[in-house]
Ligand binder design. Structure first.
Ligand SMILES: NC(=O)c1ccc[n+]([C@@H]2O[C@H](COP(=O)([O-])OP(=O)(O)OC[C@H]3O[C@@H](n4cnc5c(N)ncnc54)[C@H](O)[C@@H]3O)[C@@H](O)[C@H]2O)c1
Length: 148
């Protein structure tokens, strides 16, 4: 079973965060600079929300608000779903599907130790499927050469 911790070991344990008092514009600039789609909103060590491109699209653009005049706190999603590092990638995928979220913080003893995105999960699944196909192809060709 591949766990969230295994995925973090492969992809890295960077955690990009923003303060609730920063502006949405600051958040967008940071997301663009590091090429990611969501930031964890931290007050000190406490995870108090998540800000995604979806929050921006729906709560700024559609409502005709200005990102420079709006604080992260005003549009962040406060209910954050997280997983434990020992939970499996399948559990992570289930959570993403059920809650319709694309970024999941990995939390150990109330401390954020990484972030897993839907892209990370998809990449992992594609990798696993390629390995399975390779194994099956090898098995089939060795059976065929045995029969021949
Ligand atoms: N082809 C597909 O099936 C498929 C599926 C999902 C996503 N995508 C695309 O892949 C691209 C990447 O999407 P994504 O889902 O990985 O999201 P993303 O762009 O937010 O994440 C990119 C990488 O940064 C990491 N990351 C994101 N936010 C972070 C944070 N706050 N702190 C630390 N690390 C963070 C993620 O874990 C991931 O490794 C997007 O353009 C998306 O449209 C493609």
């Amino acid at each position: 079973m591949v766990t969230a911790q295994h995925l973090l070991d492969l992809k890295g344990d960077d955690v990009w965060t923003i303060s609730p008092e920063d502006t949405v514009f600051d958040a967008l600039r940071l997301m663009a600079r590091v090429d990611i789609g969501a930031l964890l909103v931290m007050e000190g060590d406490d995870l108090i929300g998540i800000l995604s491109e979806r929050d921006y699209a729906r709560k700024i653009v559609l409502l005709g608000k200005a990102s420079r005049d709006t604080k992260v706190r005003e549009i962040m999603t406060s209910r954050v779903f997280s997983i434990h590092p020992l939970q499996t990638i399948e559990e992570c995928m289930d959570l993403m599907t059920q809650k319709r979220i694309r970024h999941v913080p990995v939390v150990l003893d109330e401390k954020v130790i990484g972030v897993i995105s839907i892209g990370d999960v998809v990449k992992h699944i594609i990798h696993k499927q390629r390995e399975t196909i390779k194994d099956l192809t090898n098995k089939i060709s060795s059976t065929q050469s045995f029969v021949a």
